[in-house]
Every structure is written in C-alpha cells, then in structure tokens.
Design a protein around this ligand. Structure first.
Ligand code: FAD
Ligand code: DLZ
Ligand code: SF4
Length: 508
C-alpha cells in the first residue's frame, strides 16, 4: 500500500532519511505551505518567502527525479492549515497506509505528528553528525556540559582537522586568535545575491499579501533558494571571505551587516547545504593553502561543535526547556526590538539589519540584542519568541538553546558557565558603533551615560545572591565593592530611571 513521505520546509535535502526509506515508484511525498507553521510566531517575511520558494523548487526537483509529490500552496482553497491536517487529507485522498517522516526539529511538531490518528514511522534526522544517543552518552554523568569537550569528540568522529589522533597544528581551539577588534574597512562585498526568478516572485507576492504586518520586509530579496545556488554562494564565500573569518569573527562595523561571516546558517538549517560537506570544503581550502588555520578551525568549530552541541541540549532538555526563567525576569520586550526609535547605535544597527535582512551575526545577537535583553531583565520567553521570528535561520532546536541558555542564562547555567553580560566597554572594543552614538561609552553615570554601563552594574547587584559564589564573577563584585557608596547609589538610581523610561515607551 502507498505510504506518505512528509518533507518539511527545513528538510529540503536529497539524502533525507524519510526519502531514503521510501520508494519513488510507489510512495507519495507530501509538502505543504500551511498557516500553522507560518504563524506559530510572526516570522520575518523574508524567512517565509525563502522557505516557500525553496520548498516549491525542491518539490520540482523531486518530481524531476521521479517522485510523485502532493504539494499544497498556502492559498490552495483545500489547504487544511496544518501539517497534520494536510497529512490526514492526503492520506484519505490516496488511501495511504501511513506516514514516514524524518524527526522534525521542534518538540511542538514531534508531539503533533505522534498524536495523529495515522500509522506513523519517525526516522532519525541523520543530517546531523551526532545522534541523540551519542550526545546523551557523552553528556551522561558529566557535571558540566561544556561544548569544547563535545567538539573534540566531533573532530575525532569526522576526522576534520585531525593529524592522526592529534589536532592539526597541535591545538584544538584557536579562538584566542579570533578576537580582533573592528577593522577600518571590510574587504568583502557580502554574500552572493540571486535575482528573484518567477517562482520567487510568486512567493514574494503571496507573502506581501498574507503577512503584511510581520516585522520586516521582502523588498530586496536575494537569498539562494535551491541547493545549486547555495553551493555557488558557499564557493564564493570560501574564496573571498573565509581567510578573514577568524580574525574578525567577533567584530562589528557600522553598516556592514555581514562582515566576513558565511551566511550559511539559513541554507544548512533548511537542508540546502550539508553541514559535514560544508566543513570538508572549508578544510580543503586550508589544505590547499588558501585559508589560515585559525579561520578554518574557528568555522568548523561553529558547525560540528556549537551547532551539534546546541541541538543535543535541546533534545536532551525536553519540551519545557523554553519555559525556563532562572533569573525570574519579567519585563516586556520593549519596542526597540521592533524598530522603535533609539539613541543606542548598537541596538539601532543590529535591529535595523534584522528588519531589513532577517540576519544579524553572532556577536550582534549575543552581545548587543541578547546582552541588552539580559541586562534589562526582559522575560526570556519573549526574547526567545523574538529570535525565533526574526532570523531566517531560526528553528527552535538551534534558536532556543542559544537564547534561553547561552544568551539569557534562563536555564541556570546548563550551557553557559556565567551570564554573557558586558558593559558598553566590550561593544566599544569590538565595534565602531560607540564612536557615532548619542550616548557616551566612557560615561558611567550622568545624562549621556551608555545604558549598558548603568544596566550592567544594576544586573550584577540585582542577582548578587545567585552569582556571588561563581568564581568567574568574583572580580566584578570586588570592583563594585570598591566603588564609593555615592557612585553606587547614583548608578542604581539612574539605571532605575532609565528602565522606567524604557517601560513607559519613551524613546531611549
Ligand atoms: P557564521 O558566523 O558564518 O558561522 C557559521 C555557521 O556556524 C553558522 O551558519 C551556523 O550553522 C554555525 N553556528 C555558529 N554559531 C552557532 C551557534 N551558537 N549555534 C549553532 N550554530 C552555530 N543560529 C541558527 O542557526 N539559528 C538561530 O536561530 C540562532 N539563534 C541565535 C540566537 C542567539 C541569541 C545567538 C547568540 C546565536 C544564535 N545562533 C543561531 C547562532 C549564530 O549566531 C548563527 O548561526 C549565525 O549568526 C548564522 O550566521 P552565519 O551563517 O553567517 O554564521
Ligand atoms: C518555518 C516554517 C514555515 C514558516 N512554514 C512552513 C510551512 O509552511 N511548511 C512546512 O513544512 N514547514 C514550514 N516551516 C518549517 C517548520 O516550522 C519546521 O519544519 C519545524 O519548525 C521543525 O523545525
Ligand atoms: Fe551601544 Fe553604549 Fe556604544 Fe551607544 S555607547 S553604541 S549604547 S555600547
């Protein structure tokens, strides 16, 4: 009897386990643009357009390869509105025996598929390097789940940058070479851009019409929307930007949204690029003498280290992970995250490029928008929903550990050994933003004082009981204790007044 093969919007890979399991002569692929997936958060219009266009092209690719594909467009009058609704409709239509699918990247959907009144067969998503069992075996019995040690296992498993049993260059990690501050100029014109073809144009019209009030725009859409384009972009980046990726990985420059970053997260996460293959191509550039070791190792660590590690945490921690709120933060996400007026140049830059491109690089996400949310005490679930909505590469399995764990410390330290907080000093060191900011980064108090300076101390003092015993934070508390009483009072009073303005919706 015929089986349905579900292919989700972020499963657009030829070697997907569900496709491998089934028979193109007999079984039917089901793909559907559905309101439920498009609106469980208010996704950025470019993210929706990217996925719908890539889904439509992938469906065509499967058909050309001999598959029968039942594809439902968003505006199809018979569209059931949800993945499970579409599967039930298609099962009846084709009198199907059941559904085969590759495990989705979100508990919400895993649970919904498991509850369906249909025979289901879930297969592991083996596009990842570590299986759930491998991650759990590694994690079992460890007091701290630090990424670095997991990463070394992944190096051994993949053989990437290995010289026998030893790491290439005798060191596992070259991170200390990857912290150069903002360069005067960026010598890379950014990711390869693709002119919308007819498929993309149709989708852009649909998204404009159906999601007019979502934060962001589809104007100037240039993303790759099939595997061939994504590979062309990757080849271009390896040649033009990889050599500088390491050096300026943490740097931020005004009106340079991409720096030397790869802009491959959206393509890998949707299945257009394979993570191991990407790393092997990058390793080859190093072997050919075209990229230095610090850049190559730094990049490969992000993918086989961080990417695999956060996925492991997401599935290990279970569906309630996104409810964590260890620091009991309860402030509403302020308007500045939706483009509200602000004098803070770092926030303005990071949010504006997020609105325009559905992209911000790691340090902007962690040390600008994430840092600000943490210092200001914003409810982590609201922060999580913002990140899940606004970035083209965001799916819960990767976004939630980065936001709830790494950025907001809402999981109480499963991922991070201390909260990623900093005063304006760090942003000043790593960017040129402060030079043209209305606030003064050197001012610790006073009308023009950088809000990160005020909020940094306020955060530490508010949470002193939680962090005072953390050996990595002792020095910060010692500095606070050495300050004159009067200065400490001023900082706290001014921080409270600044937060009051934020809450009142006044431009900050
Ligand atoms: P590059 O900087 O060029 O890095 C290369 C690749 O390494 C990325 O494409 C990605 O696949 C991987 N990578 C790097 N860092 C991480 C990380 N911390 N976790 C997982 N993979 C990583 N990444 C997402 O893919 N989706 C998200 O929703 C997401 N949300 C984030 C939220 C916060 C608060 C933070 C701090 C980080 C988040 N990241 C997320 C990780 C990282 O910021 C993005 O992967 C990266 O910015 C994507 O841009 P890029 O492709 O240019 O990456
Ligand atoms: C993110 C997304 C969106 C916006 N729309 C769809 C869709 O219409 N159909 C679909 O199959 N997938 C979509 N996705 C991706 C899913 O939300 C994703 O598969 C789950 O969140 C699991 O990662
Ligand atoms: Fe951001 Fe403060 Fe620098 Fe302004 S002075 S850009 S608010 S860190």
């Amino acid at each position: 009897m015929v089986r349905l093969v579900l292919v989700l919007g972020d499963q657009l890979s030829d070697n997907l386990s569900a496709l491998r399991k089934c028979d193109k002569a007999e079984d039917i692929v089901v793909m559907a643009e559905v309101a439920d997936e498009a609106s469980y958060v208010k996704h950025h219009p470019k993210k929706i357009a990217f996925l719908f266009a890539a889904m439509r092209k992938f469906a065509l690719r499967l058909e050309n390869d001999g598959w029968q594909v039942a594809y439902t467009k968003l505006d199809d009058p018979d569209n059931a509105g949800s993945i499970t609704g579409e599967l039930l409709r298609r099962a009846e239509e084709h009198d199907a025996a059941g559904v085969v699918y590759t495990e989705p990247g979100e508990w919400r959907l895993i649970e919904a598929l498991g509850d369906m009144p249909l025979k289901t067969h879930s297969l592991p998503d083996d596009r990842f390097i570590a299986s759930h069992d491998e991650f759990d075996d590694w994690a079992e019995g460890r007091k701290q789940l630090r990424m670095e040690y997991f990463y070394r296992e992944m190096r051994r498993k993949t053989g990437l940058l290995m010289d026998g049993d030893e790491p290439e260059g005798d060191k596992w990690n070259y991170d200390h070479e990857n912290r150069k501050s903002a360069p005067d100029a960026v010598h890379y014109s950014g990711p390869m851009q693709f002119t919308p073809d007819d498929t993309v144009k149709d989708v852009l019209d649909l998204v404009r019409e159906r999601f007019p009030s979502n934060f962001g725009t589809v104007d100037n859409f240039w993303f790759a929307t099939d595997a061939g384009q994504a590979q062309r972009h990757l080849t271009h980046w390896i040649k033009k930007a990889l050599p500088h990726f390491g050096d300026y990985q943490d740097a931020m420059v005004t009106d340079e949204p991409y720096m030397y970053h790869a802009i491959v997260g959206l393509y890998i996460n949707a299945g257009l690029l394979d993570p191991l293959d990407v790393c092997q191509q990058v390793e080859q550039a190093y072997k050919d003498g075209d990229a230095p070791l610090n850049a190559t190792e730094g990049f490969i660590r992000q993918i086989i280290g961080w990417r695999e590690y956060v996925r492991g945490i997401y599935f290990r921690e279970g569906p309630d992970y996104t409810d964590n709120n260890y620091l009991e933060h309860d402030r509403d996400l302020p308007d500045v995250y939706w483009g509200g007026e602000t004098k803070m140049k770092c926030m303005q830059q990071s949010v504006a490029q997020t609105r325009d491109e559905a992209y911000a690089h790691h340090i902007q996400r962690l040390m600008v928008t994430g840092n600000f949310a943490l210092l200001a005490g914003i409810h982590p679930h609201q922060v999580h929903e913002w990140y899940l909505a606004v970035y083209a590469d965001a799916y819960e399995w990767v976004e939630a550990p980065n936001v709830i764990g790494m950025s907001q410390f809402a999981d109480g330290g499963i991922i991070a050994s201390k909260p990623y907080v900093s005063s304006g000093n760090y942003i000043d060191k790593m960017s040129d933003y402060c030079k043209s900011c209305a606030y003064k980064v050197k001012d610790k108090t006073g009308e023009d004082a950088c809000p990160f300076n005020l909020l940094y101390w306020d955060f530490l003092v508010r949470h002193r009981n939680r962090f005072k015993a953390n050996p990595r934070m002792g020095q910060m508390y010692a500095t606070w204790d050495r300050m004159a009483d009067e200065k400490r009072d001023t900082i706290r009073t001014e921080a409270a007044a600044w937060l009051e303005k934020l809450d009142a919706g006044d431009p900050v």
